[in-house]
Design a protein around this ligand. Structure first.
Ligand code: ZN
Ligand code: ZN
Ligand code: ZN
Length: 188
C-alpha cells in the first residue's frame, strides 16, 4: 500500500473524545486496601477520584453531621464499560472507512494505469532512461520494461522525476516488501 494512503488515514483514538471533564463530584468515604477509611471526591459522571485525599481534620470533614456515602464502585465500572463499547464501535466504523478509502484509491489507480495520460508519461520516462533499468540490483537484466513510482505523493499527476524505469527483476524486488502492489503494476 502506498505510503501516502497510510499517512493520510485518520488516526482515531477512540477513548479520548469521551474523556470526562469531572464537572460535578461528591464527597465519599473510601475504604483503602489496608482497611482504613479516607475521604475523597468522586466524579458523579465517571466515578473517578477527583483530586487528592481530604484530611480527616479538614473543616469540610469536621463539619459533617454524618458519614458521607460510600465510594461507588459500580459508577466507574459502568462508565468504562459504556465508554469501551462506544469506543470500539467508533473504532470499527473508522477502520471500515479506511479500508473503503484504500479500496477506492486502488480502483482509481488501476484505472489510471490504463489511461492515455499514464501511457504517455511512462513512455516519456522510459525514453529518458533509454530503456535502461535504473535500479541495477543483483540479477538485473538491464532492460527496463516497467516504470516504478519512487513515491506516490503526486500520483495521478506525477512529475517525471518521481518515476524510474526498471526491469522486471528489480521491480519485483522493489515491491517485495509490499507484494500487494504488484498486481496493479503488472507489465503493460
Ligand atoms: Zn468524571
Ligand atoms: Zn533492473
Ligand atoms: Zn513499482
Amino acid at each position: 500500500m502506498p505510503q501516502s494512503i497510510v499517512s493520510s488515514a485518520p488516526l482515531s483514538l477512540p477513548f479520548t473524545s469521551r474523556a470526562c471533564a469531572h464537572v460535578t463530584a461528591s464527597l465519599r468515604r473510601r475504604t483503602k486496601v489496608n482497611g482504613s477509611t479516607c475521604y475523597v471526591m468522586q466524579c458523579d459522571n465517571c466515578g473517578s477520584q477527583v483530586g487528592e485525599e481530604i484530611a480527616k481534620s479538614a473543616p469540610v470533614i469536621m463539619a459533617l453531621a454524618a458519614y458521607p456515602p460510600e465510594w461507588d464502585r459500580e459508577l466507574a465500572e459502568r462508565y468504562w464499560e459504556e465508554t469501551f463499547e462506544d469506543g470500539r464501535e467508533r473504532w470499527e466504523i473508522a477502520a471500515a472507512e479506511r479500508a473503503q478509502e484504500a479500496a477506492d484509491w486502488w480502483a482509481r489507480y488501476d484505472a489510471y494505469l490504463e489511461s492515455d495520460q499514464w501511457q504517455r508519461l511512462r513512455a516519456r520516462r522510459l525514453a529518458l532512461d533509454h530503456w535502461q533499468c535504473q535500479a541495477m540490483m543483483n540479477g538485473c537484466d538491464g532492460r527496463a520494461v516497467q516504470v516504478h513510482h519512487l513515491r506516490y505523493r503526486y500520483v495521478f499527476d506525477e512529475p517525471l522525476f518521481d518515476l524510474a524505469s526498471v526491469c522486471l527483476s528489480c521491480h519485483r524486488k522493489l515491491h517485495a516488501a509490499r507484494p500487494e502492489t504488484i498486481p496493479s503494476e503488472a507489465p503493460r
